[in-house]
Design a protein around this ligand. Structure first.
Ligand code: 2AM
Ligand code: CA
Length: 274
């Protein structure tokens, strides 16, 4: 059964509409690379246009639902149990640099629980969607997380801290890389957390970890991973939607990654003592 529920279908339609707008703007970015002002303003407008499209679609189909949106922030709805969690353009830096790896991410939370998620890879025209109890899908293909059991055979995705993040965040990441790289087949850093999670669901990555993301980066991807039979939890055992520090993967690989991250943290504590 690869049929979304009515609200799932609405989310997919909204993601596709935003994707059309982003695809048009992405075509322009290349021309702008050479302009003096640079494409940054243009891209933030592309982002806003896409968010506007999603908001218009979703409010029309589900008036009253609340929103958490990257640009607009929190919009209280009259319906207190449902809210959409929206990132109109995940992978902004890729988009800005003309790299075709960016996505629209739309999650739905009902009574505080993640219920549905859509991640649309616009450049590759891949719609990943999942709903609790209906599975995770890429078009007609039912998604399952990878079955690998050995970390030494696994490809692990991550996200690096960026400019403006604390020195501590950069140091933590450096220690985590030091702990991870000798243990796995490869590390990848593609720059869109929503797609990283969709790719875990699709078995293209064996696991993914990144710290201090925002709810809109991960809401949809979490539903995808869980419905594909994987685990998506907080790295240190907290509430992942609060801290945004996420570890996702299959049931065998995720704990092995977590163990390496624990070793990295212990090494950090040791480093501070000496
Ligand atoms: P964004 O593209 O919507 O900004 C990559 O590490 C992840 O971090 C992406 O999902 C990205 O989402 C998010 N992120 C948030 N702020 C960022 C920034 N200033 N630079 C790079 N990535 C950022
Ligand atoms: Ca994002």
């Amino acid at each position: 059964m690869s049929k979304p529920s009515p609200v799932g279908a609405v989310m997919i339609a909204a993601a596709r509409a935003a994707g059309r707008s982003l695809a048009r703007d992405f075509g322009e970015v290349e021309n702008l690379q050479v302009s003096k002002k640079g494409p940054a303003d243009f891209v933030s407008n592309a982002d806003l246009r896409a968010e506007e499209t999603i908001y218009a679609h979703l409010t029309k189909a589900r008036p009253g639902y609340g929103f958490v949106m990257e640009e607009r922030g929190i919009v209280e709805g009259s319906d207190k149990s449902n809210r959409f969690i929206v990132d109109p353009l995940d992978g902004t830096l890729n988009f800005l640099h003309g790299q075709p790896h960016y996505a629209v991410s739309i999650g739905l939370e009902r009574d505080g629980k993640l219920l549905a998620g859509v991640v649309f890879d616009v450049a590759k025209n891949e719609i990943f969607w999942a709903e609790t109890g209906r599975g995770a899908w890429l078009e007609q293909r039912k998604l399952r997380v990878a079955v690998r059991k050995k970390l030494s055979e696994s490809v692990i995705a991550t996200g690096t801290p960026w400019l403006g993040k604390s020195e501590e965040a950069h140091a933590t990441f450096a220690r985590e890389m030091l702990a991870m790289t000798p243990t796995c087949a490869g590390i990848r850093r593609y720059g869109s957390a929503a797609l990283d999670l969709a790719w875990v669901a699709a078995g293209r990555f064996d696991a993914f970890w990144e710290r201090t993301l925002k709810p809109w980066d991960i809401a949809a991807g979490i539903v995808l991973v869980r419905e594909a039979g994987g685990v998506a939890t907080e790295i240190d055992g907290g509430d992942v939607m609060k801290t945004g520090s996420i570890l996702a993967g299959n049931e065998d690989i995720a704990p092995q990654v977590q163990e390496q991250l624990r070793l990295a943290a212990a090494f950090g504590r040791q480093a501070k003592l000496t």
